[in-house]
Design a protein around this ligand. Structure first.
Ligand SMILES: C[C@H](O)[C@@H](O)[C@@H](O)C(=O)CO
Ligand SMILES: [Mn+2]
Length: 596
């Protein structure tokens, strides 16, 4: 069942472009064409560069007239509301009247680009506009090119392009969350606090809703056949052909008989179909009289508790979590479905942030071990070198991770994780071939099942991130840009064998920043990590994450992104320019969550 892109049948949020001008007759006549042309150039850049989760180009709506006063501003706002605009960009080439032309909807991420041309007071307008926004508690992103442009120049300078796109990616990510659901299947897993669903957080910071379903609903649908039988057969055949079974790690007395393993595979494939149907619905169920089950919960992310009540009795959710989070399944290449192991919904939110910023699959992982060079040498005789010389973090999940995480997909000849529309069939095959499905350890997963055993290729630029909830502050985001690394085969084997070697491993090294309180060494990054889990995304996307966090008013408590790459609303500098981190905390506290 091909799903358009989860829950956006009514269309994706659009980017509204607001050209504004001075309404004095002669000035208006002199500037309106130029301003409209700049607005259209911005729309062209954003539409040609940004993509929605299904791969279609971002849609921009340019207001049909230049806004010069209250009435046109109000008409534009009404038009944008009708068009489903979720992000706005104001474009000005000279002086305008801020309090009369400004957009005051606080929930719409808003940037303003002022043309840097000295013939008209563009910068003066920018200063007045962002002062107005700051006085009225409506933070905006200010974009003003570094170099003066000639009056007849309609090009968008590179520095302006970069900021328009960084704002556009983060603004769309925020808009894609709004109004959608997080679906909890089950509850808290093994006392993990990240599994507690704080629905006030979702409502006030993300504009999302929370749906709750007991895991018995999965049992009910399995036992009553409430899934698409035809698709189940296709999926099971795909599993038998593509999922390579690895060695059973259990002692003989705990090994599950083959026929039971076969039945378990049928169960876990049904679980995958059912969790997807619970998230986004499935019209085929209505054809069989299951109208209610056909709806789904409008969920752009879900979490499956699994441990312990389910996994002590039924086969684990490793298959469903691995395959739904991957960019492909038996139906071919497609957008990943975000599913959190252990229903750790704070990790799911982090996955959503990174997924919507990159349109790629995400690696859900335990932050399992920091291996110092000394410890590695002691147990293996090998001295870590290169990027790994300062120590490595062992990221491993309790069973599954997206198969994109193998690093078998390539971009410019290097390992990558890519938007699904860039992934070729042969790359899918390589990811599957690099993964073995290992029977679960029966001492922890008594119900059986198979987990994904793979090793992420080294050399991938990645970003490790996590949203934490801290009493007294609220949500905070932490992140570390770095690289995956590869160890000599025997060294990896020795370190992996000490853990749960049937699980997927990613060796991660953060980019170090000498003298930084945390990023001075890899150990401190582990030490400062706020949870047992993290999410790894392809690319150094820390700057985009920080921009998104500022839109959502979530302070960033830890990052290794250079100050020149930071792009937050201009008001943040009013909270202090010497210490951007504390200014961020104070600004987020002052403005409070985006949805009140
Ligand atoms: C050992 C437990 O069964 C695992 O689930 C544990 O390693 C975790 O993943 C906890 O996040
Ligand atoms: Mn875990």
């Amino acid at each position: 069942m091909a799903d358009k892109a989860h829950r956006y049948e009514n269309g994706f949020p659009k980017i509204g472009i607001r050209p504004i001008i001075d309404r004095r007759k002669l000035v208006k006549a002199a500037t309106k064409d130029m301003t409209m042309e700049l607005a259209r150039a911005a729309a062209k850049l954003l539409s040609e560069t940004l993509r929605y989760p299904d791969g279609s180009p971002a849609e921009c709506v340019v207001n049909d007239v230049c806004i010069s006063g209250f009435k046109e501003a109000s008409q534009c706002a009404d038009r944008f509301a009708k068009e489903g605009v979720g992000v706005i960009v104001t474009v000005a080439s000279g002086w305008c009247y801020p309090l009369e032309t400004m957009e005051t909807n606080a929930q719409l991420p808003h940037a303003v680009w002022g043309f840097n041309g000295t013939e008209r007071p563009g910068a003066v307008y920018m200063g007045a506009l962002h002062a107005a926004h700051n006085q009225k508690g409506l933070p905006i992103f200010k974009i003003y090119g570094k170099h003066v442009q000639d009056l007849d120049d309609r090009s968008i300078p590179e520095d302006v392009q970069a900021k328009l796109l960084q704002f556009g990616r983060a603004g769309l990510a925020a808009a894609l969350l709004r109004g959608k659901s997080y679906l909890s299947i089950g509850s808290v897993s093994m006392g993990i606090a990240g599994c507690i669903v704080d629905d006030s957080f979702y409502q006030r910071y993300l504009g999302m809703k929370n749906a709750y379903v007991d895991m018995t609903e999965v049992t009910r649908r399995i036992e009553r056949g409430i899934y698409d039988e035809k698709e189940f057969r296709i999926a099971l055949a795909w599993v038998k052909e593509k999922c390579r079974i690895g060695p059973d790690p259990n002692p003989a007395e705990l090994v599950i008989p083959d026929e039971k393993k076969e039945r378990n595979w049928e169960t876990v494939v049904k679980m995958a179909l059912i969790v997807r149907d619970l998230m986004i619905g499935n019209p085929k169920l209505a054809e069989r009289g299951y109208e209610e089950e056909a709806y789904g919960y409008n969920a752009i992310a879900s979490g499956f508790q699994g441990q312990r009540e389910w996994t002590d009795h039924f086969p684990s959710a490793d298959f469903l979590e691995a395959v739904l989070n991957s960019s492909f399944d038996w139906n071919g290449v497609r957008e990943p479905y975000i599913v959190a192991t252990e229903n750790d919904n704070l990790n799911a939110v982090t996955m959503l942030f990174q997924h919507y910023l990159t349109n790629t699959a995400q690696i859900f992982a335990d932050v399992r071990t920091y291996w110092s060079p000394e410890a590695v040498e002691r147990v293996t005789g090998h001295r870590l070198e290169g990027r790994a010389a300062g120590g490595i973090l062992h990221l491993i999940n309790s069973g599954p991770a997206a198969l994109d995480g193998t690093g078998e997909m390539m971009r410019d000849g290097q390992p990558a994780m890519k938007p699904h529309w860039e992934i070729g069939e042969e790359e899918v095959e390589r990811c599957l071939a690099a993964t073995s499905w290992r029977p679960t350890y029966m001492d922890q997963f008594a119900g059986g099942g198979h987990s994904t055993d793979y090793l992420t290729k080294g050399g991938m630029p990645v970003t490790m991130a996590r949203v934490n909830l801290v009493e007294g502050i609220g949500p905070v985001l932490q992140l570390a840009e770095g690289y995956t690394v590869e160890l000599p085969e025997d060294v990896h084997a020795k370190l992996d064998e000490r853990t749960t070697p049937t699980w997927p491993t990613t060796w991660f090294v953060p980019n170090l920043v000498p003298g930084d309180p945390v990023f001075d060494d890899a150990y401190s990054v582990m030490e400062a990590w706020g949870s047992n889990h993290c999410v790894v995304s392809y690319g150094h996307i820390g700057a985009d994450l920080i921009t998104l966090a500022s839109i959502l008013r979530i302070p960033v408590n830890m990052h290794n992104v250079g100050s020149k790459r930071l792009f937050r609303p201009s008001a943040w500098s009013a909270f202090g320019t010497k210490d951007a981190e504390s200014a961020d905390f104070r600004a987020c506290a002052a403005y409070g969550p985006l949805y009140g």
